[in-house]
Design a binder for this molecule. Structure first.
Ligand code: GDP
Ligand code: IMO
Ligand code: MG
Length: 429
């Protein structure tokens, strides 16, 4: 079919933004289908660095971009991001950005609730991005959401606001917070509506038409499979399905639209926020990975936890998400390590298992079983062909393919757009 779906195959921040930006030159349209501005993608093009959260990563190239109904949209964050990127010379007009009119909104009350809950959770907190993502998805499923299309009919929004406010006021009372200031919320919505509405459309129709015309679509996932609300390290997850199967429901298309599923995989492992992390290295190895990889969150600035590559997790992520091939990123960060470890299984209660158990307590208890391989002399940084890679770096890549049972389609060797090795073109199927 020629479509490509990009998803993170670990805990997010695998380098999806860089790969989507690179692939966008071959795509006719880029579509976000879940998540919100909890995502943070850094794109480096020459001496310019772009930071995107909500806007699809094809926007920098001017590729037509769609925010699908599966996203939760903070309209004020959208405006700020569009203004920020305009200051860098990227014009985001309704000709290049289309927003699903059935997309639910993140409101200030969602951000409040996210923070109140995190602050009240002490050691048990999830470590969310505090952007209101979870509460907004709860209201969508609870049938209390205000959606983009409501912005065009704010005179009729009172019954919806009644439902929404009754629910939130009860929750807020539990935190000793005052009830929602409805007048203020409504006036804020009236003010932002004029900004958002020109972008709002029944985007499923545009996508359906694009499909009929054989246009190439690039679906851009946010977060990663291990943060998926069903398949991730629950409850330390985000509130959406991040697997490739979400493309259809989150964009308004059928399940076959996903096409080639490209799992983005970092050559080691990182995680932001709380939760189990079997191969985490709270030592000089972790510190070295963090420093070499500049592992600081784009959204919150928090340092990312770092550890060795976990083949068990990536194999599982590839299976539950139907990954066709992977893009292996940040290989250059491993340059200079004398030995490199790969986790190939877990020890749990004296037995070796080859998957991550569902229970958080077991996930926290598993002990990684490692295989050690020799590092490589020289540098992979900036390599744009296999021929430029040291033989032992190629061996590492091949071993990963074998362990995760998935072929490599792309290798990334620096943050720069063009420092990318194409092994197999995902758009060629
Ligand atoms: P995303 O959330 O998956 O889009 O990833 P982020 O942008 O949050 O984090 C990935 C970081 O690694 C960004 O700062 C990228 O510029 C950077 N990056 C991407 N690919 C590579 C690579 O191959 N090598 C290095 N050294 N950095 C990379
Ligand atoms: P990108 O698209 C890494 C994590 C948060 C927290 C958990 C829940 O840049 O890969 P949320 O605010 O979603 O309710 O937080 O999910 N998280 C991410 N971690 N990359 C992301 O996005 C993330 N988006 C959310 O740190 O642990
Ligand atoms: Mg990120």
């Amino acid at each position: 079919m020629g479509n490509v779906t990009v998803i993170g195959a670990q805990w997010g921040d695998e380098g999806k933004g860089k790969i989507v930006d690179w692939l966008a030159s071959r795509a006719d349209v880029v579509v976000r289908f879940q998540g919100g501005h909890n995502a943070g993608h850094t794109l480096v093009v020459g001496d310019q660095t772009y930071k995107l959260s909500l806007l699809p990563s094809g926007i920098v190239r001017g590729t037509p971009s769609v925010i699908g109904n599966g996203v939760v949209l903070d309209p004020w964050a959208l405006k700020a991001e569009i203004e920020r990127i305009a200051a860098q010379g990227v014009e985001v007009t309704p000709d290049v950005l289309m927003i699903a009119d059935n997309c639910p909104l993140i409101l200030p009350i969602h951000r409040d609730l996210d923070a109140l809950r995190e602050d009240a959770s002490g050691a048990g907190k999830i470590g969310t991005t505090r952007r209101g993502i979870g509460p907004a998805y709860e209201d969508k499923v609870g049938r209390r959401a205000i959606r983009v299309c409501d912005l065009a009919k704010l005179d009729d929004v009172a019954p919806l606001l009644d439902r929404l406010c009754a629910h939130h006021d009860a929750l807020r009372a539990g935190f000793n917070e005052p009830p929602i200031d409805r007048e203020r919320l409504l006036s804020d919505l009236r003010e932002i509506a004029g900004f958002v509405l020109p972008y709002a459309r029944p985007v499923w129709r545009d996508l359906d038409q694009a499909l009929q015309q054989g246009r190439k679509m690039l679906f851009e996932g946010a977060q990663g499979v291990l943060l998926d609300v069903d398949h991730g390290t629950y409850p330390f997850v985000t509130s959406s399905n991040t697997v490739a199967g979400t493309t259809g429901s989150g964009a308004g298309m059928g399940p076959r639209a996903a096409g080639f599923v490209l799992g983005i995989v970092k050559a080691y492992t990182t995680r932001v926020g709380s939760g189990p992390f079997p191969t985490e290295q709270e030592n000089e190895v972790g510190q070295r990975l963090g420093e070499r990889g500049h592992e600081f969150g784009t959204v919150t600035g928090r340092s990312r936890r770092c550890g060795w590559f976990d083949a068990v997790l990536v194999r599982q992520a590839a299976a539950v998400s139907g990954v066709t091939g992977i893009a292996l990123t940040k290989l250059d960060v491993l340059d200079g390590f004398e030995t490199i470890r790969i986790c190939t299984g877990y020890r749990l209660d004296g037995e070796i298992i080859d998957y991550l158990p569902a229970h958080a307590a077991d996930q926290a208890r598993v002990e990684p079983v490692y295989e050690e391989i020799e590092g490589w002399p020289g540098s992979t940084q900036g390599a744009r062909s296999w021929a430029e890679l040291p033989a032992r770096a190629i061996k590492y890549v091949r071993r990963i393919e074998e362990l995760i049972r998935c072929p490599v389609a792309l290798v990334s060797t620096s943050p720069q757009r063009d420092d990318t090795i194409l092994v197999r073109d995902p758009f060629a199927g």
